[in-house]
Design a protein around this ligand. Structure first.
Ligand SMILES: Cc1cc2nc3c(=O)[nH]c(=O)nc-3n(C[C@H](O)[C@H](O)[C@H](O)COP(=O)(O)OP(=O)(O)OC[C@H]3O[C@@H](n4cnc5c(N)ncnc54)[C@H](O)[C@@H]3O)c2cc1C
Length: 483
């Protein structure tokens, strides 16, 4: 959208906010384009108008103007998404929530914190801590992601095994629908059984039904001091057996994260980290638990038994919080280390935990049938969630790093599209999901039917038509625009 008439009208609507157009000298080109991008690189941004409303009323006024003039809009949060959901590739207007950055209030009795949508996840975590509470949503992207974006994607993270996804923590919400109506779902009471809980429709809808402008988040009691341990295992089925065993032993994980040998080798090489054990094993688990629930000595006794029973082969316990942070680095550094070291195709999938072993074997068999594509598995396995990355590289020899294959990127990604269909077919058969956390966006919209029935997709389309009758809000995300 480049029309001066529309740009002037938008500038007139935004009394406290602002309009920036591409090349108007306000921002350098890369910064401008970053507002219509996310962390995916498959779809390139292409847009000319960027608006920064400053409050809910201004968001609503922009949406109403866009409805009247049939101008498509893309909501833009912290742009850390991994599904292409925040990418403006069709000359849409990009609506950034960056100026909605105020903490609105704190209720010590619920307890709950009310914030505007553009406050970052890390700022909300910090505010919660200042009040002696805890926001249980934590992602490696927390420093940049915004609460509005977290809600729009129903973000999870490393604590889902204990606290669930953000959906569980949203008490109240203000949204501007695609029709420009402001809906306020109050967050001042814990109990409110008055018909359909409409706010839940907007959580996880990836900005296709409405724009989140404010939220009230319930806060948790902070866990006690956490301790961490790293475990080496030889057999993938033992990883899920280990979780079952811990549950039997009344251990309540705060985090139960998995990574394989290749992931660890690459993260150690990329971040120059020392290997955690004196040799490399095929599988690793990082466990975090609350020392107030289970002290170190009884935990050590339990783990001795786990070693005797052959469930885990070796274990290292963090003796200081610095060491626990170092253990986290092995897990949290993986995604970036893979992306910066190789050409990577990413998938974020889930399946019932007992089916993960079969899934992994079948994926391995598919990839073994072709040369030069190595799988790396890691993720929030305690939630049944694996980040399956395929590297454009030959399967590594034991104790070697994978070597990039000679295949062209174009051929590699063409192959990955075929691979995805096979993977999603497996997930459908096993009762899993093609997107555990990252959402559908544009990258997975043609595969939605692998996880949702035709009746569900039709119901989603009807909801879209109800809240966004002109089809201006994030068109082409989750499913293709049009009937
Ligand atoms: C290193 C890294 C680690 C990550 N780890 C996790 C993880 O553990 N768990 C997890 O769930 N995700 C994870 N993610 C993905 C991402 O961080 C989350 O999806 C996050 O919630 C996106 O928030 P954002 O503000 O960056 O949203 P954006 O990327 O800006 O937008 C995401 C989607 O939400 C829409 N949107 C944004 N703001 C609003 C709003 N206010 N109202 C309506 N729609 C809006 C956009 O249009 C887009 O469709 C990770 C990403 C990275 C880069």
């Amino acid at each position: 959208m480049r029309s001066t008439r529309h740009i002037d009208a938008l500038a007139n609507i935004l009394k406290r906010g602002s309009v920036v157009t591409r090349g108007d000298g306000t921002m350098a080109e890369p910064e401008f384009l970053s507002y219509g991008s996310d962390r995916t690189r498959e779809v390139r941004p292409e847009f000319h108008t960027l608006v920064f409303p400053a409050d809910t009323d201004e968001v609503a006024a922009v949406v109403r103007y866009c409805v009247s003039n049939r101008l498509p809009l893309v909501p833009s949060g912290g742009r850390t998404g991994l599904s292409g959901g925040a990418v403006a590739a069709e000359n849409e207007i990009v609506l950034s929530l960056k100026k909605l950055n105020r903490v609105l209030g704190y209720d010590p009795l619920l307890p709950a914190l009310s914030v505007q949508a553009g406050v970052t996840t890390a700022e909300v975590q910090q505010k919660a801590r200042e009040h002696g509470h805890f926001l249980p949503i934590d992602l490696a992207a927390s420093g940049s992601s915004q609460i509005g974006g977290n809600i729009a994607t129903n973000a999870g993270g490393t604590r889902v095994i204990r606290y669930g996804m953000i959906r569980e923590w949203v008490l109240g919400l203000t949204v501007v629908t695609g029709a420009g109506e402001i809906l306020r779902f109050p967050g001042n009471v814990l109990k409110n059984n008055t018909g359909i809980d409409l706010k839940q429709l907007f959580i996880g809808s990836e900005g296709t039904l409405g724009i989140v402008t404010e939220a009230t988040l319930r806060l948790a009691e902070p866990p006690g001091q956490a301790s961490g341990a790293l475990f080496a295992l030889t057999d993938f089925t033992r990883v899920t057996n280990f979780l079952a065993w811990l549950r039997d032993q009344r251990v309540r994980p705060l985090a139960f994260e998995y990574f394989d040998r290749t992931a660890l080798k690459i993260v150690c090489a990329h971040l120059s980290l020392p290997a955690p054990f004196d040799r490399f094993f095929d599988h690793y688990v990082f466990l975090e638990w609350d020392l107030e629930e289970l002290a170190l000595d009884p935990m050590l006794e339990k783990i001795e038994r786990a070693v005797e029973e052959g469930i885990v082969v070796d274990a290292r316990f963090a003796e200081t919080s610095a060491q626990a942070d170092a253990f986290w680095k092995y897990r949290e550094g993986i995604s970036e280390s893979l992306s910066l070291s190789y050409t990577v195709h990413k998938n974020d999938i889930s399946a019932p935990i007992p089916a993960l072993g079969e899934l992994r074997e079948k994926v391995q068999a598919i990839l073994d049938s072709g040369q030069g594509r190595a799988p790396v598995f890691f993720g929030h396995i305690g939630d049944g969630n694996l980040h399956l990355n395929v590297l454009k590289a030959d399967a590594p020899e034991p104790d070697m790093l994978p070597v990039a294959s000679a295949e062209s990127d174009a051929d590699f990604f063409a192959y990955c599209r075929t691979f995805d269909r096979q993977l999603y077919g497996l997930l459908r058969d096993l009762g899993g999901s093609i997107s555990a956390e990252h959402g559908i966006g544009t990258l997975k919209r043609d595969f939605l039917s692998f996880s949702r029935s035709p009746e569900e997709i039709e119901a989603m389309r009807r909801l879209k038509a109800l809240f966004d009758p002109a089809g201006i809000l994030n068109p082409g995300k989750v499913f293709r625009a049009g009937p």
